[in-house]
Design a protein around this ligand. Structure first.
Ligand code: FE
Length: 218
């Protein structure tokens, strides 16, 4: 058998959100398909039995799916795919919101809320048969798993490796750098809500009274 033939089956990439003992859980999956469309849309999710998310779905019978877009930050995939929820609070590392108590990514191509109606244990995975109880459109086009393998996997590994080494979420490091400015005269560090660049030209250092021009980026 040419097992590589199986690589020609198309998938998307998705972040599943659920809850275990009241705490947010989640992981990346590719095996998520629509099975029927009427009278209500139904889907099938195949989830690795050993994953915490699998236990979460079994506990609550519910989960969300955020459809990753082509413009997804590679770190998001690494965050949900390369570490276990037993060791890390994955949702704390990404911009997200709660939809009916379950987490979804702020940025995704679409969102679903699913309720498990039946399930079957396979060799390594559980197939969850579900009804879609809600759906929302997001922004952009969905990422295809084959495109991720071909052109995003290296960036994802790199972003996740940098995160493990520094403990800093990639996007947040950049944001912090942008908003921190120091007064060259007195050493006061500006860290206000308004970006430093947007402060009026008449703004002065609250400690020594020197103008904006005497500040430099940290
Ligand atoms: Fe100052």
């Amino acid at each position: 058998m040419e097992t590589k033939a199986l690589y020609k089956i198309s998938y998307g990439l998705y972040v599943v959100g659920s809850k275990l003992d009241g705490k947010l859980a989640g992981c990346v999956v590719d095996a998520f398909i629509q099975s029927t469309s009427s009278p209500v849309p139904t889907v099938i999710l195949c989830s690795i039995q050993a994953n915490q998310t699998n236990a979460a779905i079994k506990q609550t019978g519910e989960f969300t799916v955020s459809v990753l877009g082509r413009d997804v930050e590679p770190f998001v995939i690494g965050n949900f795919g390369f570490q276990s929820g037993r060791d890390a609070d994955k949702w704390a590392n990404v911009e997200h919101r709660l939809a009916g108590g379950l987490p979804v990514l702020d940025k995704a191509a679409a969102y679903f809320r699913c309720r498990v109606t039946d399930q079957k244990e396979l060799s390594t995975h559980t197939a969850f048969f579900c009804e879609v109880t809600d759906a929302w459109l997001g922004e952009g086009e969905p990422l295809i798993y084959g495109d991720y393998q071909a052109s995003m996997k290296a960036k994802t590994l790199e972003a996740f490796k940098a995160f493990k080494e520094t403990g800093i979420v990639p996007g947040r490091q950049a944001a912090e750098k942008k908003t921190k400015w120091v007064c060259k005269i007195c050493g006061y560090v500006y860290d206000g809500q308004t970006p430093f660049e947007q402060l009026p030209e008449t703004w002065k250092c609250p400690v020594c009274g020197h103008p904006k021009s005497d500040f430099e980026m940290l």
